[in-house]
Design a protein around this ligand. Structure first.
Ligand code: NIG
Length: 392
């Protein structure tokens, strides 16, 4: 964005910078937000002048959502699996192979189109930064193809070759890990910032996870883990030990896991929509937060465990069922996501940060949890809009 833009007549501006306003959310009332060449230039009283003007008409403006965990590049859906689950079949991650078959069969053009539709949905719902993983290719060609699609839309791309052992490597998990750590990683690394592993019974064990993260680190990729989703396990411990930026899910945590998170820089990222869609218990967010760990909330948009791009929906669950305060949940979905991506230029609306903002059709951020399921985002100012072509 070149030139200047002012969002004016903001009833309640959430800056996430306590030095700018009230409380942890740094709330400023009757405010204006001036954005110059895409960067926040000033936060001030209403009435600022700029080349372009958006009148917030007294509504709430907050930092765009930072969705730090998605699997947006895939073909097909798994509505049948979801229906069976609602009839009692448990989620075990095995359906990843169904999506892998569909994704391998899709053309690159189809994958791009599908990703754009999901991005458009996320943008309309207020997301301005999105992480996108591979993980439905599970061979060299299709993992790289997925990352090439993803990198067209975001700098936050994650190589997830270690999502599940594909059927052609059945009973040969170590051979597959070897492939991931060598040939696949070498081809994927130029297209990724992050490396991720699904560390869970039925996917990859602690040693395999360590091996993939170490190889990724050698190749210049930063680590993150899917862990403690289906039961207690080594995910959190390995994430902390390996200095991962984030461990995602954290649905089943032991006291030792919580202590480890609290005394580390690893962010505990909750994915409430996955627990919702898989009928699992919700994480004990209160214990994690009260212990002093840093938390984030992300959508985990994928066709198996969480087919939603709505960060507001995740906030509403976090408040209603995970007992997070509304302020905590909004922070987790904005500055928390930024921390999980080790970014300090997003998730806040302070001078020098990127001018990524969400204008609500509501007077305060409380409405995000108070009015669940209602599309409260009136306008999103951020980069994802530039990629969206009109839906057919
Ligand atoms: O984060 N748990 C592993 N990966 C995804 C689900 C993938 C799928 O079921 O297709 C998740 O929930």
């Amino acid at each position: 964005m070149s030139g200047s833009l002012v969002i004016d007549n903001i009833g309640q501006l959430v800056t996430n910078d306590p030095s700018l306003g009230e409380g942890e959310l740094g709330i400023v009332r009757d405010a204006s937000l001036v954005i110059e060449s895409g960067t926040v230039a000033a936060v001030g009283a209403a009435g600022a002048i700029a080349d372009e003007q958006i009148d917030a008409r007294g509504a709430c403006v907050l930092p765009g959502f930072v969705d730090s965990h998605t699997h947006l590049v895939f073909a097909g859906d798994r509505a049948e699996e979801f229906t069976a689950r609602m009839a009692g079949r448990p989620y075990d991650g095995g359906g990843i192979r169904v999506t892998t078959d569909a994704t391998r069969s899709a053309s690159t053009q189809q994958l791009r189109r599908l990703t754009e539709l999901r991005l458009a949905e996320a943008h309309r719902a207020g997301t301005t930064t999105i992480e996108i993983k591979s993980g439905y290719g599970l061979n060299v060609v299709d993992e790289v193809r997925s990352l090439e699609v993803a990198e067209h839309y975001t700098a936050e791309t994650t190589f997830l070759g270690a999502h599940l052992v594909p059927s052609e490597y059945e009973e040969r998990a170590d051979d597959y890990v070897e492939l991931v750590c060598n040939e696949m990683l070498a081809s994927a690394a130029p297209h990724a910032r992050w490396i991720d592993v699904f560390c869970e019974t039925g996917a990859f064990d602690a040693d395999q996870t360590r091996a993939v993260l170490a190889a990724g680190r050698e190749a210049g990729l930063l680590g993150r883990i899917h862990g403690n989703q289906l039961g207690e396990g080594p995910g959190v411990q390995v994430a902390v030990e390996c200095g991962c930026a984030s461990v995602d899910h954290c649905t089943f945590l032991s006291d030792t896991d919580i202590d480890a998170l609290a005394s580390s820089d690893t962010v505990a990222t909750f994915l409430p929509a996955a627990d919702f869609s898989t009928r699992q218990p919700y994480p004990d967010a209160r214990r994690v937060i009260d212990a002093g760990a840093t938390v984030a909330i992300a959508s985990n948009c994928n066709p198996g465990s969480s087919y939603t791009t709505s960060m507001s929906f995740c906030i509403a669950i976090a408040v209603r069922d995970m007992f997070m305060t509304i302020d905590e949940a909004v922070q987790a979905a904005t500055i928390g996501g930024a921390r999980a991506l080790q970014r300090d230029d997003i998730g806040r609306l302070a001078p020098g940060c990127l001018g990524h903002a969400t204008i609500l059709d509501a007077p305060s951020h409380h409405h995000l949890a108070y009015r669940p399921g209602v599309p409260l985002v009136r306008h999103t100012v951020g980069p994802l809009g530039a990629f969206i072509t009109s839906p057919d």
